[in-house]
Design a protein around this ligand. Structure first.
Ligand code: ARG
Length: 570
């Protein structure tokens, strides 16, 4: 997209001696009140250079640039130069760019093919894939799409929690009370019930804990029976996870989870020892972090078994070696802030300068209206159940409202699942929020269904016009028909899409895109209501149809960055 700020800065620097374009560009603002212009240049800081009062400077600059074809009007108000773009020129530039790029509108090659790792979802196997997991899964997926759109080469990793002492408990529980058939029929719910039972029983009989520890030690040593059971739990769990990923339309390039690093830990231990970083503490091996006011990093337990943090260190080193990443991004709950601070510090102490390229992207808690969840007590809401319920409820609404759709089933899936994802991506990620059915399925307001519906409305306008967009775009267009507040306001919004994508990626914040597409949807609806698009005046109709197409395409591309589909009818 043409960078308007840059162009304005060039015009000002070209017309006024003593100003350089870069310095001007840095100061140009977009006034909150559009009656003060599309762009404004404040002259306060120029008093020294020009030895004049800022309002006088502003007046000089305004008259020097007012002849530029870029502007329709230039005014000075106090110390500001207020610039009104030539609407026709701006509308033409913006809409042409969308028509040219289509699905690629918003994409760029800022990333230059550099490799970025995005690690997300990463559930624990043999444990429920619950509503809490939606956060990392959906936010991470959108961050992947944002970086992909910016021309980075993105590697998507699911760092499965498929290792650790809990598997000692699980195997022990299975041996005492397990039933193979039950596990095959309903793996996670069954394994979860064993886990719950284990904790109940272990309270009465602590020797179970001892047995579980020994079992995990055997698993770490690679003993056949333990490994086989563990592998079976893992593959059954993955089957369940995949069902949910399919529903969400999410995939990964690698499922290298914690277990993948079990044979890579001894080398890490050696290196830590060599560098004099390991200390013994009550039989355990730690890295002392007291100098940085952090609890020590526990590297191995007294029985020699490895820990979560050790596997993270091994994984980061492996990833640097394998992918030579430019950035290594972890989309993980803010509850783990300390964990990431600790092991990033360990990498730094190991002399791995690239620790700076490891980024923890935290997010807040999701809670339930009925109270908190607890895996140990079996109080969980399964993500799959939530998605199925969203689809079911959406289906009811579709049938009730007699929605125009080719397949009620397909639309219910797209809209129901889209609604859940959209709400997940609506708030700043760091905010805690309470999952509420009423809000997810509130189809009015700033929701996924509202945006999807607006997109379908634009599609239907284009369909009804029977227009051939390619042919229109190639012909002469009279952009003076795109000058009303509603039409021009919509153009201004569309223009901002590429910079919105860059900002969202920069902040690791998909909600920047979510809020933006709500604005575009509202902008289109205002245009649709205020103006007659399919008028008899052909020139007017053609210009408005192209704007409609551009709005439709922008909403569609924005939804795609959130991982949400945009149905053409609904
Ligand atoms: N499996 C962990 C959990 O469910 C999340 C893993 C986060 N990623 C990491 N590299 N530590 O809490």
């Amino acid at each position: 997209m043409k960078d308007i700020k840059k162009e304005i800065a060039a015009v000002i620097a070209g017309a006024v001696e003593g100003l350089d374009a870069e310095g001007v560009e840095a100061l140009i603002e977009i006034p909150a009140d559009s009656s003060m212009g599309d762009y404004a240049y404040p002259c306060f800081r120029l008093a020294k250079t020009f030895r004049k009062a800022p309002p006088l400077i502003a007046a000089d600059i305004a008259s020097a640039i007012s002849g530029s074809p870029l502007f329709e009007k230039v005014q000075n108000v106090n110390a500001y130069v207020n610039m009104f773009l030539s609407k026709e020129e701006f509308a033409k530039t913006t809409v042409d760019e969308v028509l040219e790029a289509k699905d690629a509108f918003g994409r760029s090659d800022i990333g230059g093919g550099k490799t970025v790792i995005v690690e997300y979802s990463s559930p624990n196997i043999a444990k429920p894939f619950h509503i809490g997991h939606i956060r990392s899964t959906v936010i991470g997926n959108s961050i992947y799409k944002l970086y992909d759109a910016l021309g980075y080469n993105v590697v998507r990793i699911n760092h499965l929690g498929d290792y650790g002492t809990q598997f000692g408990k699980m195997i022990t529980a299975y041996r005492h009370w397990g039933c193979e058939e039950d596990v095959r029929r309903e793996p996670i719910k069954t394994l979860l019930s064993y886990y719950v039972k284990f904790h109940e029983e272990a309270e009465k009989d602590p020797s179970l804990d001892e047995e579980a520890r020994e079992t995990f030690a055997k698993l770490e040593k690679g003993e056949k029976e333990e490994v086989e059971l563990w592998q079976w739990f893992r593959s059954e769990s993955l089957k369940e996870f995949s069902r949910v990923y399919d529903m969400l339309g999410i995939s990964f390039d690698s499922y290298a989870g914690e277990s993948f690093y079990s044979d890579k830990m001894p080398a890490v231990l050696d290196e830590l020892r060599e560098k004099g970083l390991l200390k013994e503490s009550q039989g355990a091996q730690i890295v002392d972090l007291s100098e940085w006011n952090m609890a020590p990093a526990l590297i191995t337990k007294s029985d020699g078994s490895s820990l979560y943090i050790t596997r993270d260190i091994a994984a980061a080193i492996y990833r640097k070696k394998t992918y030579d990443f430019y950035k290594n991004i972890y989309v993980v709950a803010s509850q783990q802030n300390l964990h990431f601070q600790q092991w990033f510090k360990v990498l730094e102490l190991m002399g791995k300068e690239w620790y700076k390229d490891c980024i923890h992207v935290p997010f807040g808690l999701v809670s339930l209206e009925e109270g908190t969840m607890s895996t140990r007590h079996g109080r969980v809401v399964f993500l799959e159940d939530v998605l199925n319920r969203a689809v079911e409820k959406t289906r009811e609404i579709i049938l009730e409202k007699n929605v125009n759709t080719e397949s009620a089933d397909e639309t219910a899936k797209t809209v129901g699942i889209g609604a859940v994802m959209f709400q997940e991506l609506s708030n700043n990620r760091i905010k805690d929020y309470t999952f509420s059915w009423d809000e997810v399925l509130n189809f009015d307001g700033e929701t996924g269904p509202y945006v999807q519906y607006t997109h379908a409305r634009a599609c239907s306008v284009l369909r009804n016009a029977g227009a051939d967009i390619e042919k229109l775009a190639a012909g002469h267009i009279d952009w003076s028909y795109i000058c009303s507040d509603a039409a021009y306001g919509l153009v201004k919004l569309i223009y901002r899409f590429p910079e919105t994508v860059a900002e969202a990626a920069d902040k690791f914040e998909p909600s920047v895109v979510t809020r933006y597409i709500v604005d575009v949807a509202q902008g289109f609806n205002k245009f649709y209501h205020d103006e007659h698009i399919l008028t008899d005046n052909e020139d007017e109709r053609n210009a408005k149809l192209l704007l409609t197409f551009a709005a439709m395409q922008t909403i569609r591309n924005g939804l795609a960055l959130l991982g949400i589909k945009a149905p053409e009818k609904m």
